[in-house]
Design a protein around this ligand. Structure first.
Ligand code: ATP
Ligand code: MG
Length: 423
């Protein structure tokens, strides 16, 4: 990709209402453009990151036999009246009338619709288990949208729904999803902290939130130090709660080697039993012909919030430091002097050679701007590797390879740089 043709408009301005680093950096790097309170357009840099995260989610959901669908963003109110949540959901739900005066809403979540799709097709125990998921936009009319896309009103969520024949099977599904979430958060370069959660309005008996540590997080997490070395199985039960559930009086709490940190909730898994299947008269027949209401669970990842959470966890005073797995590009080539023939020749050679590989996505900064601006933009945007082509070094036949994370810079020949990536 040529930067001169890439729709990424960086800026030095820091909007005064942007209180946290991720919000400032997403605006400054031209990732998002606000169109109303809590509602953002996602621009090309940001879309690349959403796609990288989504791809990782899909791979890990595939591995546990989950099926990807698209439910709808606009849903008939009838489904929610049936489950009893239409009135209960309150003002966070965006309610819509169609031209025939029918009641609709913009999806804040999809338990009802998932149950409705399930009941239309699955009539026998043989059809179970079922695990459906989507990555789709949600709308919640949050009372206080803030921190950019961290708490937006429109946001991208991965939401999954499971149906099992028994509580034991549902527990196994829950554990499978729990572990796949750990893998997903690790693959995007983060350390997930699963905390035991009340399932609140959704109601139920098993629930964890996944938190990412960040000083600016909205949650305070109390956890046993052991958690940092726990195995995936141990993580389900190692002590970790948010401030909402923390009880300093409890003996259990006093025994722990207690750590306290701020965190961002990036995922949430629930088991809620037969709440929706019963309310929506959704059943299958077992071998004996008895009606069984499936045991259900739902599983969310805040995909758009995760983008901001990754930035909170991985940035410095100059800009974003993308973990390699989700970076918008793998390499950026900075041609510092686009009017210099040698710089152009070297930069273009390296660009052509590395982008010939399907493994690498390369952003070639061919813009005619100052050296300072180019270097600042590269650090701001946070691509993991920078190949810096300056005129004096180019004369000597060398370029610089800089690692954004460590800041380490190495001089090498263009052939060595190409070899470093293609070798
Ligand atoms: P919160 O307590 O932060 O409001 P929630 O419990 O309402 O979250 P869920 O219904 O479990 O959230 O939704 C699943 C995931 O979607 C959350 O873990 C979070 O990462 C993300 N999410 C929820 N609300 C928002 C929002 N307003 N903006 C961005 N992401 C959100
Ligand atoms: Mg909420």
């Amino acid at each position: 990709m040529l930067f001169s043709r890439f729709f990424a408009h960086t800026s030095r301005e820091v909007p005064s209402d942007a209180k946290i680093a991720s919000h400032r950096l997403m605006l400054r790097s031209g990732m998002i453009s606000q169109t109303a309170s809590g509602i953002y357009c996602w621009l090309p840099l940001a879309v690349r990151i959403l796609d990288k995260i989504s791809q990782i989610i899909c791979e890990e959901q595939d591995r546990i036999g989950a099926n990807r669908v698209y439910f709808t963003t606009v849903q008939p109110a009838d489904l929610w009246i049936e489950s009893g949540r239409y009135a209960a959901y309150g003002k966070e739900m965006l309610r819509i009338k169609d031209r025939k005066d029918g009641d609709f809403l913009y999806s804040p979540t999809n338990e009802e619709q998932a149950t409705d799709v399930f009941r239309k097709y699955v009539k026998s125990y043989r059809g179970l288990p079922v695990l459906l998921y989507q990555i789709h936009w949600k709308f919640r009319d949050e009372i206080r949208p803030r921190f950019g896309v961290m708490r937006g009103r429109e946001f991208l969520m991965k939401d999954g729904y499971s149906f099992d024949i028994s509580f034991e099977d549902a527990t196994r599904t829950y554990e499978k999803v729990f572990k796949s979430y750990l893998t997903i958060f690790r693959r995007v370069g983060m350390l997930p902290i699963p905390v035991q959660a009340d399932s609140g309005a959704i109601g139920g008996n098993m629930s964890h939130e996944f938190q990412i540590l960040a000083n600016t997080g909205e949650s305070t997490i109390y956890y046993d130090k052991k958690l940092l070395e726990a195995s995936d199985d141990e993580l389900m039960t190692t002590f970790a709660v948010t401030d909402e559930k923390y009880d300093p009086q409890s003996v259990a709490t006093q025994e722990k080697d207690l750590m306290i940190s701020k965190g961002v909730e990036v995922g949430h898994v629930f088991h809620f039993g037969t709440k929706y299947s019963k309310a929506m008269n959704t059943f299958v027949l077992n071998e004996k012909g008895d009606k069984i209401f499936p045991e259900m669970g739902s599983y969310g990842i805040g995909v758009s919030r995760l983008v901001a959470a990754i930035i909170e966890a991985s940035h410095d005073e100059r800009g974003i430091i993308w973990p390699e797995a989700v970076a918008p590009f793998d390499v950026t080539i900075l041609n510092l002097h686009v009017n210099n023939a040698i710089c152009c020749e070297i930069a273009e050679d390296v660009y052509r050679a590395i982008s010939a590989s399907v493994r690498y996505e390369v952003l070639y900064d061919d813009r005619n701007i100052t050296v300072g601006e180019k270097l600042m933009d590269a650090d701001l945007i946070g691509v993991p590797w920078q190949v810096i082509v300056g005129s004096q070094k180019a004369q000597r036949g060398v370029v610089e390879l800089k690692n954004r994370k460590s800041g380490e810079v190495k001089e090498m020949s263009p052939t060595e740089v190409i070899g470093r990536f293609m070798g």
